[in-house]
Design a protein around this ligand. Structure first.
Ligand code: HEC
Ligand code: HEC
Ligand code: HEC
Ligand code: HEC
Ligand code: HEC
Length: 231
């Protein structure tokens, strides 16, 4: 106890002397101290910024989207070679002009009544779905909210647009990608876009209201009335 107090008393005159010295104009200690704390503030700023960026660009999107696997994988490239009418063997327009959308078991059954090959995905497909006559609960990447009306005939038939303009290259893929669902809105990530900041490289990167309207403006000269897309 006493020794510590004594030491403090011994040291204090020196400390006072030091501070007196630093206040003299030809000593640069003060400025150095200022630079040091400035350096620290900058360092903390950079660490904080980096943490915010990591949270915003990496962690937030991961938390925002839940990943769902398709019930079975599907190889488009393989099947395009096997069927006779290309895409239309499975995705076709009915007589009334409506679009068949995702194929039903009926379009698979002629070839998959029994397991054909060694692929475990095919075995799963035949045993779980075909044998029990259960439709496959495919997750639709491009699914719009229920309030939106969309017609494939207007785009594919009337405007002669290619599937890739809106869907990208799913039709030529060998595997189905993971489906990502927005936890807040319940929408597919393909609607709100891959990029959190909204950058868009390809026409199919995002399909929000503005994306539909922008093309309508360009192609038809008008964004269209609300009731065109909302019925
Ligand atoms: C043998 C049947 C078959 C053929 C042929 C086929 N598809 Fe598919 N297609 C499917 C199945 C099954 C799915 C369901 C997977 C899913 O939900 O994405 C699918 C899904 C799709 C989807 C994804 C829809 C979405 O948003 O989820 C697109 C786009 C598509 N097909 C385009 C094409 C194109 C383009 C071709 C021709 C180059 C083609 N398909 C040929 C069976 C087929
Ligand atoms: C024209 C005949 C034909 C039609 C129609 C067809 N398939 Fe196939 N499918 C095959 C053949 C052949 C294989 C390859 C089997 C092997 O060699 O492993 C195959 C493989 C598969 C596989 C395993 C490989 C992969 O894609 O991941 C799955 C799953 C499958 N088919 C699902 C379907 C579904 C679902 C449909 C209907 C939308 C369908 N098939 C329609 C002939 C067909
Ligand atoms: C102008 C953009 C556009 C074009 C071109 C287009 N689609 Fe789509 N497709 C969509 C939208 C938007 C949806 C979602 C519709 C909805 O949820 O009501 C969709 C849905 C689908 C689905 C799932 C449908 C369902 O209800 O199960 C399939 C399969 C599909 N499209 C295949 C195709 C194929 C094959 C082509 C080319 C022949 C094509 N699409 C061309 C925009 C487009
Ligand atoms: C890349 C261009 C493009 C994109 C993207 C697009 N459309 Fe269109 N859409 C067109 C064109 C072109 C027409 C006019 C077709 C015609 O000649 O009748 C059209 C027509 C329509 C019509 C009118 C159909 C009718 O007969 O009344 C509706 C509804 C529509 N689009 C909804 C949508 C929705 C919803 C989306 C977004 C999910 C969308 N479109 C995205 C180009 C596009
Ligand atoms: C070209 C087609 C199109 C037109 C025209 C259009 N919308 Fe939309 N709207 C969409 C699509 C696609 C979505 C879903 C994707 C999204 O949220 O951006 C949507 C979403 C919405 C939503 C959000 C609904 C939800 O559940 O998230 C509202 C509200 C809305 N639209 C109102 C309007 C109003 C008001 C007008 C007229 C000024 C209008 N829309 C015109 C295509 C259209």
């Amino acid at each position: 106890m006493t020794t510590l107090d004594d030491k403090a008393k011994e040291v204090s005159p020196d400390v006072v002397g030091d501070t007196n010295q630093t206040s003299s104009p030809d000593n640069c200690n003060c400025e150095n101290k200022g630079k040091d704390s400035g350096g620290f503030i900058l360092l903390f700023f950079i660490i904080g910024l980096a943490a915010a960026l990591v949270a915003g660009w990496i962690i937030f999107p991961k938390l925002l989207y839940s990943q769902k696997k398709q019930p079975i994988d599907f190889n488009h490239a393989l099947h395009n070679e096997l069927v006779e009418e290309g895409c239309e063997s499975c995705h076709f327009f009915r007589e009334d002009g409506s679009f068949s959308g995702v194929p039903k078991l009926a379009q698979c059954i002629e070839c998959h009544e029994e397991v054909q090959g060694e692929d475990p995905e095919e075995e799963k497909f035949v045993e779980t779905y075909v044998a029990n006559e259960n439709e496959v609960p495919w997750l639709v990447y491009s699914r719009q909210p229920d309030c939106v009306f969309f017609s494939h005939a207007a785009h594919v038939k009337a405007a002669e647009m290619d599937c890739t303009v809106c869907h990208g290259h799913i039709g030529e893929s060998t595997h189905l990608k993971t489906y990502e669902e927005n936890r807040i809105s319940g929408y597919s990530r393909d609607i709100w876009g891959k990029n959190i900041a909204g950058f868009k490289k390809n026409t199919w990167d995002r399909m929000k209201m503005d994306d539909c309207a922008k093309c309508h403006q360009k192609e038809t000269g008008s964004k269209g009335a609300c009731f065109q897309c909302h019925k």
